[in-house]
Design a protein around this ligand. Structure first.
Ligand code: GZL
Length: 312
């Protein structure tokens, strides 16, 4: 019976083996590495032939990869767009070639007619959850906040900043006093935090750090320790992604809160593509993934263990 089932499933996969080109931003963060791992796993399980391209966070590399996929005549393209602008031409070329494009984890300013759907979280809401955590944990004390922004011009950097500002708007005692991009990397977060510490009396004037992703927060935690500042205590640390190492930092008392972003964007993407390939079903233009706040009260050790082998 098992042999028959295997033969049937293999036959089915072989019969409809689809080729998908994946234009991935790079591996700037643990979260991005996990997204890549899960996308490869999902493709394997579904019998999809995945063509992968790592753009090293450069838009021109993403565009040339997409043009190569179009020339190969792939059945679909996955695109995680490093920035929000500059995609119209290549998206129009894909449309002319009748190749559906699915956006992963970031959005573009192009017309939604130019892509099949976008899978991702509500990025503004993530910033609001992070900001609300700080409002709830600062009370009435004066709180000078430093902000590590994501990649300049990317939809998460724009939207998470907006959400955080929405949340603190009604709290006159909370103010963002310095804000700069760390490009979503640990190195970027460390280097920019070093400059923030020097500019803010060695950190004595800083009440909290809001980092647009955990990797920048982890780099900033290293900078604080090297400067003799106690992260998680002297400076509250709130960020976004939910990578294993932020739970390790929480367990050590070095970080306070993170907003989890699921790295499994490919599951909903491949589901939408299967429906489209089978009978032309068009999905909604935005397929939203869920976010959740985690703090030191949520057993960070257990959360670390649950995530440490998922390919981050
Ligand atoms: C957000 C995603 C971001 C992650 C970062 O949806 O695009 O990109 O938060 C990654 O870790 O660099």
């Amino acid at each position: 019976l098992l042999a028959t089932a295997a033969a049937v499933s293999f036959g089915a996969a072989a019969a409809s083996a689809q080729t998908v080109g994946f234009s991935q931003i790079g591996s700037e963060s643990g979260w991005r590495a996990a997204e890549t791992t899960l996308t490869r796993q999902q493709a394997e399980e579904r019998g999809i032939d995945l063509k992968f391209s790592d753009a090293q966070q450069r838009q021109e590399n993403q565009i040339s990869a997409m043009r190569s996929f179009i020339a190969q005549g792939v059945d679909a393209i996955l695109l995680a767009p490093v920035v929000a602008t500059g995609w119209d031409s290549v998206l129009e070329e894909a449309q002319e070639a009748e190749i559906p494009v699915v956006l992963l984890d970031r959005q573009v300013d192009s017309s939604e007619d130019l892509y099949l759907t976008a899978v991702g979280s509500d990025l503004v809401h993530e910033g609001e959850v992070a900001g609300q955590w700080l409002v709830d944990n600062v009370g009435d004390e004066e709180c000078r906040v430093v902000e590590l922004q994501g990649t300049t011009g990317s939809s998460p950097a724009i939207k998470r900043k907006q959400g955080f500002e929405n949340a603190i708007e009604g709290s006159d005692n909370i103010e963002i006093v310095r804000s700069q991009t760390g490009d979503f990397t640990r190195t970027g977060g460390k280097e920019v935090m070093e400059s923030f510490l020097q500019a803010e009396d060695g950190g004595g004037n800083i009440c909290a750090l809001f980092a647009h992703n955990d990797d920048m927060a982890i780099g900033a935690i290293q900078a604080m320790k090297e400067a003799g500042v106690n992260p998680g205590e002297d400076v509250k640390v709130v960020s976004i992604d939910g990578v294993p190492d932020i739970f390790r930092a929480m367990a050590d008392g070095d970080a306070n809160a993170t907003v989890e972003l699921t790295p499994n964007m490919a599951g909903p993407a491949f589901d939408a593509l299967n429906a489209y390939w089978e009978d032309g079903t068009t999905p909604p233009k935005f397929i939203q993934t869920e976010s959740r706040l985690y703090t030191q009260e949520d057993d960070p050790e257990a959360e670390y263990e649950a995530r440490k082998d998922l390919g981050y």
